[in-house]
Design a protein around this ligand. Sequence first.
Ligand code: AHR
Length: 493
Amino acid sequence: MKCIIRGGRHFVIGQVDKRIFGSFLEQFGRAVYGGVYEPGHVNADGEGMRRDVIDLVRELDVPVVRFPGGNYVSNFNWEDSIGPKNERPTRLDLAWRATDPNQFGLDEFMRWTRKVGCEPMMVVNLGTRGIAEARDLVEYCNHPGGSTLSDRRRSNGAEEPYGITMWGLGNEMDGPWQVGHKTAHEYGRLASEVGKAIKLFDPKLELIACGSSNSEMDTFPEWEETVLEHTYEVVDYLSLHMYFRNDEDDLATYLASSKRMDAFIDTVISVCDYVKAKKRSKKTMYLCFDEWNVWFHSNEQDKTLEPWTVGPHLLEDVYTFEDALVVACLLNSLLRHADRVKIACLAQLVNTIAPIMTEDGGPAWRQTIYWPFYYASRYGRGEVLDIRLEVGTYENATYGEVEWVDGLIVHHKEERELVLFAVNRHPDTEITLTLDLSGFEGEQIEHITLECDDMKATNTKEHPDRVAPQQRSGTGLALSPLSWNMVRFALKE
Ligand code: AHR
């Protein structure tokens, strides 16, 4: 089978904001305790942070990490997580029905971000709390000194202000499961006043309002419209969340998941632009897809967990090879919307629905989904080209016509490179690509693939490299059946 990709140097969707390769560290499960933080572990540094995990996060080159939640944040008192560790209260996390000893708090997180080389995205609690607590948190984090809270930060060891620029205004406030769930009007009013207070402190700070928890919510997309009616002029981004699953074991439908992500993003853009028009605003609302991933493998196991423990084995999805193909297609979807999606967070980073797994007291390893994320994050930076794919399709009951190839090209001007990311969804046919891109001349320098004869193959502690990238030799542009591919071309210019 053949696939022709048509496009050209002057047909560009947009510049990739590197922050779309962000991730998410929620204070629950073993994301923190036994994940990034495990005092006494042979690889722990002087602060109890696991160096093996730090190395893997650095390798992923994650530019942004969202913290501390998630559902967790809606019942979180940030003040509980600062100061001498032996004086911090132990609290119940109502969202995940666990116990939190607050040993890895705000200041530890900030020091950890410096170690992994990422920017923090701080989410404020708009479930049980409001304007005053958000105001205090911003003062603690970002004011240089000379006020009670900024001086408390200094006495806690951080002389310099943290300069956190990205602030999330609550989490999934449309969800009935959320502690402090609100109607769109209630949330919109609160978010606009919290946002106003934060911008009075510093108008350069960037604010993210909560969009819907997913496109199946009964309130979607009225939620977006109402929230933006209240917040359009004060916030900079609207959030999107979406998780994907294959519990029906229907590969053809599962591999088309990026269609669902595309449709969700397109609808949210339409709502943003509708509100923009209604308000006669000149401002464009950008999107922050701050939770996305595959999530379903751990559902049954999670029902058996004991409540109120510290660091339970929660949401520990063990990802398969087919999950890696889906994650690759979802990354393509984010990149295809590079003109509007400026920040995104793979949910999550370590142990809980995560590309990195650890064993308490044991090693850390890369899950299957680590690989497409790693290559997109490393090489998917530049301008996304506006291409057309001429390729056959299959008919799918959920998504209609689905192309056999999900493909995307990024032009990296500084490196003088074109980078192609493509997934062949065909179960048994190799697909040969032809590029018809005007204004580019170059040669293929590298073709990396992810292929596996078992769609359910996983990476485990015993077999951490069962699903791992391989160099494909030769210069032909052929995509094996059911494979992920990254092809780099050096440009003559
Ligand atoms: O990422 C896991 C959970 O999914 C988050 O806490 C919540 O925001 C979402 O429902």
